[in-house]
Design a binder for this molecule. Structure first.
Ligand code: HEC
Ligand code: HEC
Length: 322
């Protein structure tokens, strides 16, 4: 009985064992198929005119109430799709409650937003336009403003049978967003067989990432973005001093177990998207890794291991295609 309690095996532990045992050099004939992480696919552009339209809409301030905010005001494309603020600041200086996630690779995520409240990028794009602290506009206003622009009139007519409509605005934005991928990171080159793409310490960082059990939550093409988890799986994170009134997934579902659950964030390009966590409360990668070790895995991660894991996370920075 005592023994059973001592070695209570959790699904995460089982997964960690599987993951850590599968450590093989990615360049062996097994390739990356056995790895818990796989490379970002190449960008495919099927309809360049639609992508161009979406890009223009993404940068268009007329989507906001007083023509001051575009999607790109918070998702700065040259800044890896983020604003680098703890929480977003929208129209009229109004503060949101959550950190701005990157739009790069978000099409590969199973759901959108920190709490996963919508599934598709089309549905997602409706959110900010109507959100009072983001763009604070409404469709009637947006359609009137864009309808006065002959270029939009023409492009929407050419591309879509129904022309300029709310649904086609969000469609074009989503089509553009699906081109925002960051392939060819050094780590992906390594996964594809180029052993020299990352150095030995970085490879050790990847090994540590797997052996500590990070990959039980951060896995797949994004190293995240495919499940929900709470912060504080092993040890309670939120206390009376460190409170958080944002209950994440619970706010949508009302189910008690969902309290403090968020979509596990993807770690692609994470070295460039500080500050971290849904509320932007953690300024550095080092802090984020130590917190993850302590509260998600019940492990103290020594400094030299943290350093190597950071090297690994840095190798996930991909290329932005202009
Ligand atoms: C005021 C800043 C702001 C503006 C403007 C803004 N966003 Fe966001 N965006 C955010 C924040 C903050 C979140 C996270 C909100 C949440 O999870 O509840 C987010 C989430 C997203 C996500 C989900 C990413 C993920 O990984 O879950 C996408 C995609 C996105 N925005 C695209 C857009 C598009 C398209 C527009 C323009 C129509 C836009 N955003 C306008 C701040 C902004
Ligand atoms: C039990 C699941 C789980 C495990 C294990 C886990 N994480 Fe996380 N990780 C999360 C969740 C959930 C978040 C977001 C929490 C939040 O925003 O409140 C997160 C956030 C992060 C972030 C911040 C990303 C961002 O964009 O804000 C980093 C970096 C990170 N984890 C790295 C790691 C590393 C390194 C390990 C291993 C030492 C690890 N994680 C283990 C679930 C996990």
């Amino acid at each position: 009985m005592v023994i059973v309690q001592l070695i209570k095996i959790t699904p995460i532990m089982v997964f960690c064992l599987i993951v850590s045992n599968s450590y093989v050099s990615a360049s062996t004939e097994t390739g990356f198929n056995k790895e818990p992480v796989y490379p970002i696919p190449d960008i495919k552009i099927n309809n360049p005119a639609e992508v161009k339209l979406g890009r223009k809409l993404f940068h268009d301030v007329r989507l906001s109430a007083n023509n001051t905010f575009s999607c790109a005001s918070c998702h700065l494309l040259a800044n890896m799709g983020v604003d680098s603020l703890p929480v977003a600041i929208g129209i009229n200086g109004l503060k949101g409650v959550r950190n701005t996630p990157t739009v790069y690779n978000s099409s590969l995520s199973f759901r959108q937003f920190w709490d996963g409240r919508v599934k598709t990028l089309e549905e997602q794009a409706r959110g900010p336009i109507n959100n009072p602290v983001e763009m604070a506009s409404n469709w009637q206003e947006v359609l009137t403003k864009l309808g006065k622009d002959p270029w939009y009139q023409q492009q929407f007519r050419i591309i879509y049978p129904a022309g300029l409509t709310a649904a086609n605005i969000t469609k074009a934005i989503a089509v553009f967003e699906r081109t925002l991928l960051t392939p060819d990171s050094p780590f992906d080159q390594y996964l594809k067989g180029d052993n020299s793409a990352i150095n030995a310490e970085t490879r050790e960082g990847y090994y540590l990432f797997k052996s500590y059990g990070c990959a039980s939550c951060h896995q797949g093409v994004l190293l995240g973005g495919n499940m929900y988890e709470k912060l504080g799986v092993v040890k309670k994170y939120y206390t009376s001093e460190r409170n958080d009134s944002d209950y994440g997934r619970f706010e949508q579902s009302g189910i008690n177990e969902h309290k403090h659950e968020f979509k596990v964030p993807g770690l692609r390009n994470v070295a460039l998207t500080a500050p971290y966590l849904h509320n932007g409360s953690v300024p550095t990668l080092e802090d984020a890794i130590i917190i993850m070790g302590k509260y998600q895995l019940g492990r103290h991660i020594p400094e030299q291991d943290v350093k190597k894991i950071i090297l690994f996370l840095k190798s996930l920075t991909g290329k932005i295609k202009p």
